[in-house]
Design a protein around this ligand. Structure first.
Ligand SMILES: [Zn+2]
Ligand SMILES: [Zn+2]
Length: 202
């Protein structure tokens, strides 16, 4: 059993500012992990498909998810689908099971009319929103019962085939930089990296 509260401090440090969306990611990530009965991902035991997009409110959600699940961009076991939804699927690649969790639509709708979001809409950066607005909201997220704000789907079968890690590198014959071999392609007899190929086509 994993508890979101144990990851609050590291999440805050990693994320950079105090806001309600990062803690929502901690809570939702913990709910998914507990539904699957899994531990935090040391390597790529877990894979997370986040349905958020870019440049919308509450994108900070994903930093909470990364913190608690151990699905990170460095390990490449998190992907964004850019659907613009406050939802994600967590996959247990060892047992081929998965669960989808979303913020309840009515809850998230209310959250978007919170005084915190009002300030953000007016262009106030998250770290400059007064603590008397942010703190109760964040405490509320950390204390709220899961059933009040999360839709936790059933645990489903999710056959998962893992890609092989690439260890081979070579030098690009254009720029001379070292490149992972799966990203080099032969053009006019030369093995070139992506930017060198792109500069040929302009
Ligand atoms: Zn944030
Ligand atoms: Zn190159």
């Amino acid at each position: 059993m994993i508890h979101a509260s144990e990851f609050f401090d590291v999440g805050l440090k990693f994320h950079g500012h105090k806001c309600p969306a990062m803690p929502l990611g901690l809570r939702a990530g913990a709910a998914a992990m507990n539904a699957l009965g899994v531990e935090r991902s040391q390597d790529k035991e877990l894979v997370l498909l986040a349905e958020t997009g870019n440049d919308h409110a509450a994108g900070c959600f994903v930093d909470g998810l990364m913190t608690i699940t151990g699905c990170t961009y460095g390990k490449s076991n998190i992907k964004k689908t850019y659907y613009g939804k406050m939802a994600f699927t967590l996959i247990d690649t060892k047992r081929n099971k998965a669960v989808r969790v979303q913020l309840k639509p009515e809850f998230f709708g209310k959250m978007l009319s919170s005084p915190f979001v009002q300030q953000r809409k007016q262009g106030v950066p998250p770290q400059e929103v007064p603590a008397e607005i942010t703190d109760p909201l964040v405490e509320g997220v950390m204390a709220r019962a899961e059933a009040e704000f999360l839709d936790i789907g059933p645990v489903i079968d999710y056959p998962f085939t893992r890609g092989k890690g690439v260890f081979d590198t070579d030098l690009c014959e254009g720029c001379g930089e070292r490149v992972f071999a799966n990203k080099l392609e032969k053009v006019n007899g030369k093995r070139l990296c992506v930017p060198c190929r792109e500069s040929l086509s302009v």
